[in-house]
Design a protein around this ligand. Structure first.
Ligand code: TPP
Length: 678
């Protein structure tokens, strides 16, 4: 017996009948010719691409042939400034939005003059002037971004919509769930367009999900869901128009499942041996372009005129393709590539202008955050329990009263979804902050950070100023999932900045600098310092520069390079050793990416002996990076091997006695004495 939802030629009531005629009544009559042009163009381009592929002049192609009515109908139904987040088969979005064909082809051919300077392939780019935010490879990842773009419109009171595409396969990803739930809970003006072409690579829908229709999932999210004939451009147009009207009226998101069929392989090289040939035959009869043209002819258009139009497009496309292919391959230098990883920092450092008062580390963070909220109304805070509850550690206590719930937002229990939403907000001019309840939970949002946020500026040149605050670190008896030091997971990722303040003064100054920086910043706040450390903190606005270390204790006999809680542990050990007649210099890195090699090497040149200390396990820890650099750049000044001291290579244990064993703190004085013996 066949599965109810196995790939089918008659997949739903919407598709019953071999060849249902199109009802053009819902389309603007004056726009029929333009819509025909729009539906024709991606077909003509694809036919050219397939020729170029066979000629070996194009390396890869993901076909959307036979699915064009969805991209074209949806784009045509939206306003030019509505956001669209297309995927790999949605050429029709780019052509219908009027993206310059030559630039588009340079991008597709990996030539100079494309949208990513050759740094990313195919449709992996965005163009804000066209209100298109393109994909990364990771399926599902753009759906939360659509939530952020929708939220930006909602916050501004603009009647703007964000439409995100997903394949049937992509719906299985967790991001899809987080995004749909978030959009429904926040009533965001988002349209989720699932293009159900019945296969995800070789996997048929019967192996992808067990519900009868993906549209039915909408009920569970609390939004309307509708399944439509995705090969009927008129139906796509009317459905998207209705969903957009709903979204503009403040009624929230809609889920559309557009039924279609993938008429070619997943990508051209991968073949279609796993697809029963009868399905191709059945779906060929439902071709969206043929059906639209038949309806136009039935309405009085001339078939010859339609064919003539195609002949003109074929000529134009062939000529543009040749011009793009004649463009040079991207040429660059290491310096130019490195210069584009981060958005330029335009804000200069700001010195304190008000007197300091004694504050706890936690209060300094609150003070900095409050300052930022007052200074910039585009700063929006998002996180779990951060509104009336004030956050797990109370950093945002009483913020709702001061700034309102629109800017201090409780999220559902999501990490990936909110990070993606922050990216969307940032692309539309906001400066979002995301609070992780504990740094450990950042693992659930890893992809959004390392692939979406971190790589965006390098790929297509827009800035994404997102600050991710993460309460991290151990020593609080919280066990393996609430104690981790997570810097090493991010310090290898080009495009991120990683900041780890040790003092109340730096907590505020570096936090404000992180907001001013304009790049994605992972801001690591040590939980044990929140209430245990106090110090002078200037009032008002000031920033501490990112990437600049500080010598917090001068010394002559050895250097400890560290950050965060390590600074306090090093100062304590230095005090103990001072009583033994030894002067330890302590360097607080303050920022780990980028980090200040100069200050570190200058200290090593002075003392000749160095220990790199951190709370994370030694193996693969950030200390390895520092130690290797010292060995490379300060070798001549070393009188002893560079020592790394970190936690045992175990998870962080719960019992205080075990955690003390795990932590490097107790081993620090002994390790320094060993070093000094050289
Ligand atoms: C997170 C993730 N896992 C796996 C892949 C590899 N992959 C690329 S496309 C694809 C199939 C996608 O199927 P579907 O979402 O139905 O879209 P379609 O290609 O059919 O349009 C897979 C598995 C990926 N890109 N991202």
């Amino acid at each position: 017996m066949r599965d109810a939802h196995a790939p089918s030629a008659v997949a739903s009531p919407a598709l019953s009948g071999e060849h249902s005629p199109l009802d053009l009544g819902g389309l603007p009559p004056q726009g029929l010719a333009a819509l025909h042009d729009a539906l024709l163009l991606p077909r003509v381009i694809e036919e050219r691409m397939l020729i170029l592929l066979r000629q070996g002049r194009l390396s890869k192609w993901f076909s959307g042939m036979g699915q064009e009515a969805i991209a074209v109908g949806a784009t045509a139904a939206l306003h030019a400034d509505d956001w669209i987040l297309p995927l790999h088969r949605n050429l029709g979005v780019f052509t219908t939005r009027g993206v310059p064909m030559e630039t588009l082809f340079c991008q597709l051919f990996g030539r100079a003059g494309g949208f990513t300077k050759g740094r990313d392939r195919s449709f992996h780019f965005g163009t804000l002037p066209h209100h298109i935010v393109g994909m990364i490879s990771h399926l599902g990842a753009m759906l939360p971004v659509a939530c952020g773009l929708g939220l930006a419109a909602q916050l501004r009171g603009e009647a703007r919509v964000a439409l995100a595409f997903s394949g049937d396969g992509g719906t299985s990803e967790g991001d899809t769930h987080e995004a749909m739930n978030l959009a429904a809970v926040w009533k965001l003006p988002v349209i989720f367009m699932i293009e159900n072409n019945q296969y995800g690579l070789s996997t048929p829908v019967s192996e992808q999900f067990a519900c009868a229709r993906l549209a039915d999932r909408a009920v569970g999210y609390g939004m309307p869901g509708v399944q439509i004939d995705g090969n009927d451009v008129a139906q796509v147009y009317a459905t998207v128009q209705a969903a957009a009207a709903r979204a503009r009226a403040g009624e929230g998101p809609t889920l559309i499942e557009a039924m279609t069929f993938r008429m070619r392989g997943h990508e051209e090289a991968s073949g279609v041996a796993y697809v029963p040939p009868a399905l191709f035959e059945a779906w060929a009869k439902k071709d969206p372009l043929d059906r639209f043209e038949a309806a136009l002819v039935a309405g009085g258009a001339s078939a010859e005129a339609l064919a003539a139009k195609k002949a003109v497009q074929v000529e134009v496309v062939a000529a543009v393709a040749e011009r793009a292919l004649a463009m040079p391959l991207p040429d660059s230098t290491a310096e130019a590539e490195l210069a584009d990883v981060y958005a330029p920092v335009t804000a200069g450092p700001v010195a304190p202008s008000e007197p300091a008062v004694e504050l706890r580390y936690l209060d300094a963070l609150s003070d900095g955050l409050r300052e930022q909220m007052q200074r910039d109304e585009k700063t929006v805070l998002m996180g779990q329990d951060i509104a009336e509850y004030g956050g797990a550690f109370k950093v945002t206590a009483e913020f709702v009263e001061a700034f309102g719930r629109a800017r201090v937002r409780n999220t559902p229990i999501i990490e990936s979804g909110v990070l993606g939403a922050a990216l969307g907000l940032a692309l539309d001019g906001f400066r979002p902050m995301v609070e992780m309840q504990f740094a450990d939970f950042i693992t659930c949002g890893f992809n959004q950070i390392v692939n979406n946020l971190a790589k965006l500026h390098y790929r297509w040149g827009e800035r994404v100023p997102v600050v991710v605050r993460a309460p991290h670190g151990g020593g609080v008896g919280a066990g393996p999932f609430h104690s981790q030091s997570i810097e090493g997971w991010f310090t290898q990722v080009a495009g991120l900045k990683v900041v780890a303040p040790a003092t109340p003064h730096d907590a505020k100054g570096l936090l404000l600098a992180s907001f001013a920086d304009g790049n994605p910043v992972i801001f690591l706040e040590h939980k044990k310092l929140y209430r245990s450390v106090k110090g002078p903190v200037p009032g008002g606005y000031y920033t501490e520069p990112l990437g600049v270390a500080r010598v917090v204790r001068p010394g002559t006999d050895a250097t400890v390079v560290t950050f965060g809680i390590g600074v306090h542990q090093a100062l304590q050990a230095a005090a103990v050793l001072a009583a033994e007649g030894v002067e330890i210099e302590v360097v607080d890195l303050r920022t780990l990416l980028p980090w200040d090699r100069e200050t570190v090497c200058a200290s090593v040149k002075k003392t000749g002996k160095v220990l790199v200390l951190h709370e994370a396990p030694v193996t693969g820890g950030f200390g390895a990076e520092v130690a290797a650099s010292i060995a490379q750049f300060a070798f001549e000044w070393l009188d002893a091997p560079v020592v790394r001291l970190g936690a045992l290579d175990t998870p962080v244990p719960f019992s205080p006695a075990l955690e003390a064993l795990h932590s490097p703190e107790g081993r620090l004085p002994g390790a320094l004495r060993d070093l000094l013996r050289y």
